[in-house]
Design a protein around this ligand. Structure first.
Ligand code: TRP
Length: 425
């Protein structure tokens, strides 16, 4: 089986809720444990700046999301777990991709179009009002996240599918223009985890304000569970588990057996109060261990930071050399660099220090060969005239030689002239 790279990120703007865990963290951890999978999971903190300009909130969310991944059992020796902003190659790649992306493609981005629609409805300047360049460019930063590690599979929510399609368009444009360095990623959308209901029965989402936090205090959890919308059926009346948020949340954490037992209780007319209490006790028991670990980690942030730093170092072992390749493909290169295909035709340019070193080496070699001739001159009765005679002979010889032999003789003459300079001949 060939190795597959799985990559996903969570934007650091909120407190992790049960929907985040079931929809993103749990399946990602499961994927990272499969053989033949290399996984990259990260805190998308540069993405957070697109929609949140509250620095405390971004910072606190980064802590909470990092601690959640760890408390839920991510093995950071197996997966590469890092913070987007610790990988400077990602924003660097974003720029190169920005130059590969048509503005028309970005005009079609859902995130931007949602603002356009809202502006239209509010009678504001349609295209521009409240739209930062960050929001407009969002898909290019996400493309850089994905392409930096050449991910094959990107587990995301349905709303993100378009961004993966755009990533493929952008990668294709780079590959076609420069060099085929990027793989085409695929979105992976888990239909079941898209359906995790929130307190009001709609999809659990920060934007609906209907979430159950993963790690709140037990009494808060119970209070929120009591707020779950239900129908008005009385205790003793049969209830439909498949249309009940209480049952669906239970089901998300339950084994098949446990789910069946709860299903039977619904059919047999369990009262809503009892059903909610059972849901609370069940969730609380499941979450108690991870919650303790989460609280421990939140009280030891230097440890969590060190884990992220270890992850960044691991990620950069890939991103630094790959970014170098990408830059070189685009023509951003050290001045002497010559691509392989052209290297045969053009001599590699060496630095002045390298050239001086090479010249010195050549001189030493020639001196070695001429050692006995020089010694004979110096041992003669009249070294100055012997030296002059030798130089005259060598000079006369030059004219008769060609090509390499002539080069060699010239080099020898040069060295002899320097050696005999003391005789001023
Ligand atoms: N934009 C994603 C979201 O809001 C988060 C994200 C950022 C992401 N970069 C990514 C997800 C790369 C997958 C791959 O959900």
């Amino acid at each position: 089986m060939s190795q597959k790279t799985v990559l996903t990120g969570i934007t650091t703007t909120g407190t992790p809720h049960i929907g985040n865990y079931l929809g993103a963290i749990k399946p990602a951890i499961a994927a990272s444990q499969k053989p033949g999978v290399e996984s990259f999971f990260f805190l998308a903190d540069y993405h957070a700046l697109i929609k949140c300009h509250d620095p405390e909130r971004v910072a606190q969310s980064s802590r909470e999301i990092a601690a959640t991944w760890l408390a839920m059992g991510l093995d950071t020796d197996v997966a590469t777990f890092y913070r987007q902003s610790d990988i400077p190659e990602i924003p660097e790649l974003t720029w190169i991709l920005t130059c590969m992306t048509g503005k028309g493609l970005m005009n079609r981005s859902h995130a931007y179009k949602a603002s356009v629609d809202a502006n239209q409805a509010a009678g504001k300047n349609e295209l521009d009002d409240g739209v930062t360049m960050g929001l407009f460019s969002y898909p290019m930063l996400m493309a850089a996240d994905i392409l930096m590690f050449n991910a094959d599979i990107v587990p995301v929510g349905k709303d993100q599918i378009q961004h993966i399609e755009m990533t493929r368009d952008i990668a294709g444009s780079f590959n076609h223009t420069y060099s085929p360095l990027f793989k085409m990623p695929e979105a992976q959308v888990d239909v079941e985890t898209q359906l995790i209901p929130g307190l009001d029965g709609r999809k659990m989402s920060k934007s609906y304000d209907n979430t159950l936090p993963l790690f709140c205090a037990p009494d808060t959890l119970y209070k929120l569970i009591k707020q779950i919308d239900t129908d008005s059926k009385l205790p003793g009346e049969a209830k439909d588990p498949d249309n009940s948020t209480v049952f669906q949340l239970y089901n998300c954490f339950a084994s098949l057996d446990q789910a069946q037992q709860m299903r039977d209780k619904f059919v047999n007319g369990i009262g809503w109060g009892d059903a909610k209490r059972e849901l609370f006790e069940f969730l609380d028991e499941k979450l108690a261990g991870p919650r303790d670990e989460y609280n421990r980690l939140m009280n030891d942030l230097p440890f969590v930071e060190a884990v992220l730093q270890k992850g960044a170092a691991k990620a950069r072992q890939k991103s630094v050399p790959f970014m170098e390749e990408i830059r070189i493909a685009a023509g951003i290169r050290p001045l002497p660099f010559v691509p392989d295909s052209a290297a045969k035709k053009v001599k590699k340019v060496k630095s002045a220090a390298d050239l001086a070193k090479a010249a010195e080496g050549r001189r030493r070699g020639i001196l070695m060969q001429l050692k006995s001739v020089i010694a004979a001159v110096e041992a003669s009765a009249e070294p100055a005239s012997a030296a002059a005679q030798l130089l005259a002979e060598k000079t006369a010889l030059l004219g008769a030689l060609k090509g390499k032999a002539q080069d060699k003789a010239e080099n020898e003459l040069q060295v002899l002239t320097e050696e005999f300079a003391k005789y001023s001949c």
